[in-house]
Design a protein around this ligand. Sequence first.
Ligand SMILES: [Zn+2]
Length: 142
Amino acid sequence: MAKVGVSEKTFHTWKCALDPNNRWIKAEIIERIAVRVWCGLCTKHVDRLRGFCNFSEAFVNGIQESALKSDALAKHMSSAAHMRAESLESGPQPLQNILESTPIGNPRWTVCHAHTQTHRPVLVGTKLLINLSQLLNNVQID
Ligand SMILES: [Zn+2]
């Protein structure tokens, strides 16, 4: 019988070694067998990774069957495209900190959390600053 995946136990061993914080390795597990494994980060940022040097959609579509090896996961983790996805993921962090720690960002920030897309806080934050500047422009100074 053809091997269709790796045992859930083996998969967890890989995950603990390569992704202990549960940041990127995702799997489809059927009857305790990991049949397909993909990268959550590269999938999330795929639109910005396309056209990137050596970018392969293998870890977006998911690897399976004979391609499903810990070596492949380790190789993906150190690939340029994956590192780019990592930096895209952590990129908005400073702005998020600013928004959360200033009175300007706070009122809308709770709304932002309802959206999972990372660019939302940037757009909302920018819009807020524009609104603020419009508000200031409208203030009459006697
Ligand atoms: Zn990746």
